[in-house]
Ligand binder design. Structure first.
Ligand SMILES: [Zn+2]
Length: 550
């Protein structure tokens, strides 16, 4: 899962009740075959599968070998592979600095302690700009909500706290907090940059752990059409523990702002009593990596050219700062687990000669951890016609560390896929529930969102828990101890039965969607339906790209 730091508050969830319960089908999976794939993909010799690394190439070669064995057809650009070009950027911190300037007096900030530069934006070498606090920094026309209204932000850097006001539906807040939308809003108001203060009530991980990776390379797609941050000169993340420095002399305190954000209350907006002074040196390098695309052909003459897309990201964080002496970030759950599931399903569908009217497209994407970049590229340059993809079922870190009694379905209420999976889960003795923590923005935090943005109904699911249950503690403990840490390795406890049942549900959903005469559709009131009308949100060509891919 891609780490985008957002407000975390625990909201109670509404369970989705269903009356009809179709007969349960016999289980196909045992969890063992799944775990065998995980063991290969998350082994130390895959070196944490960093985008562009030899370790990721080895993991990809293994996946291709399995797909071949399973008799799947190559559906990439060069065989199973779709090459993707990136630019990696790393901050040269000793040659960079950041300061606040007040009435000619300069207060240097300590990089790593107070703040850090985000190199996902092509940082300008020199930025000097006044600062304005813009609350949550959201502009949401359909909610008639605008943190930028009436403010003159031309040439300024905005300061915001991550979060959203109470009452704003989760998917809408998610969408407008995405980098694409945020940078678009900044361009619209003429701002040149942003300082994002983390919300202390809402951190997935500690500031120290975030800061530890601050000099690691970030990546962007090399294709200029796919660069959301164009025109933005500065992006800084600020430590809430020292954020009071930003608010000095304004009559407001960060304590007050944090308290409002915690309760999702309305925010004040005001100019800060300071300008930011940033001097940066960034080291750039080209990187190449690949998506993998494979096809299991359907048999219906009228439907076989349509695809149910099963996706999962292969990349993880590579080798990084050691924690408890371990420097390889194995990414067993994130996301060897999802790739293993899709390999296992490909094998099972092929071995049992499952009847499929539509074809199933297996897409293993790269660079998810860099900001959903591999899937974004695939969505911009799909290797099958864009409108032939009828559904996307993405699997990312589905966390079979608890018994599978509750299935959390991100995107449950958005499309008819949610109704299907609710029925299938129930037939397996599992209750489907919507996202119990909508403010973690999980629906836009993995690769399904790239498909959503081109109009494809999509889901991502996880082994869930009820708010307040002991399972919730187990899941939260996993996030704080293992998520994006070397401890997400092969030495952690997993529940093979939960994994097996989860696979049964994904497989049944896949087969159902592949054989249903009607393709899935967005609900009439779904926010994401808009992308059907605007199937080309990034101004990308609609044609299928073959060998002339940029
Ligand atoms: Zn991740």
């Amino acid at each position: 899962m891609f780490k985008r730091l957002r407000l975390v508050l625990l909201l109670s969830s509404v369970a989705v009740a269903q009356n009809s319960s179709p007969p349960a089908s016999k289980p196909n999976f045992d969890g063992q075959s799944w775990w065998c794939y995980v063991k290969v993909l998350a082994a130390d010799d895959m070196e944490g599968r960093e985008t562009g690394s030899a370790g990721l190439r080895r993991a990809e070669a293994y996946i291709v070998e399995q797909l071949r064995k399973d008799g799947l057809q190559p559906a990439g650009v060069h065989g199973f592979y779709q090459p993707v070009k990136f630019i990696s950027r790393r901050i040269d911190e000793p040659n960079s600095r950041l300061a606040l300037v007040r009435a000619g007096w300069t207060e240097p900030l300590v990089l790593g302690q107070d703040a850090l530069f985000s190199t996902r934006v092509p940082l300008a070498p020199e930025v000097d700009a006044p600062l304005t606090f813009v609350g949550y920094g959201l502009r949401v026309p359909e909610e008639k909500y605008d943190d930028y209204a009436g403010l003159d932000l031309k040439g300024k850097v905005v300061v915001l706290i991550l979060g959203s006001p109470a009452g704003m539906p989760g998917p809408i807040a998610d969408h407008y907090q995405s980098p694409e939308q945020m940078f678009q809003t900044l361009r619209d108001v003429g701002a040149v940059g942003v300082i994002m203060v983390l919300n202390p009530a809402a951190m997935d991980t500690t500031w120290e752990r975030i800061a530890m990776r601050r000099t690691a390379a970030t990546m962007s797609l090399a294709d200029p059409k796919l660069s959301p941050a164009r025109g933005i000169q500065l992006s800084v993340m600020f430590n809430p523990a020292t954020a009071q420095k930003l608010f000095q002399g304004t009559g407001h305190s960060f304590e007050e702002i944090a308290a409002l954000a915690k309760d999702r209350k309305p925010m004040p907006h005001f100019p800060l009593n300071a300008s930011v002074q940033a001097r940066t040196r960034v080291i750039e390098a080209p990187v190449e990596s690949e998506n993998i695309v494979a096809k299991l052909p359907g048999s219906s003459p009228t439907l076989k050219d349509q695809y149910v897309v099963l996706s999962s990201h292969i990349d993880h964080l590579g080798i990084g700062a050691p924690i408890h002496g371990h420097a390889i970030y194995n990414g067993a759950m994130d996301n060897a687990s999802g790739c293993a599931l899709n390999l296992d399903i490909a094998d099972e569908l092929h071995r049992t000669h499952a009847k499929l009217d539509r074809s199933v497209l297996f897409v293993f994407v790269t660079a998810e951890e860099k900001g959903l970049l591999g899937s974004e590229y695939f969505a911009a340059y799909p290797t099958v016609p864009r409108h032939s993809m009828v559904a996307n079922i993405n699997t990312d870190m589905f966390l079979p560390i608890l018994p599978l009694k509750v299935l959390t379905v991100y995107g449950l209420a958005e499309s008819t896929l949610g109704d299907e999976v609710t029925r299938i889960a129930q037939a397996n003795g599992v209750e489907a529930q919507p996202d119990p923590e909508p403010l973690r923005n999980a629906f836009i935090r993995s690769d399904q969102y790239s498909f959503v943005r081109i109009g494809v109904p999509a889901l991502v699911m996880q082994v869930g828990f009820k708010p307040g249950s002991p399972e919730e503690n187990t899941a939260h403990k996993w996030l704080s101890e293992r998520y994006h840490a070397p401890a997400d390795n092969l030495q952690q406890p997993v529940d093979l039965q939960a994994a097996a049942k989860f696979e049964d549900i994904v497989e049944e959903l896949t087969v159902k969607v592949a054989n249903d005469p009607q393709p899935p559709s967005w609900k009439s009131d779904s926010f994401f339906r808009r992308f059907l009308q605007q199937p080309d949100p990034a101004g990308m060509p609609l044609e299928v790209y073959e060998d002339d891919c940029p």
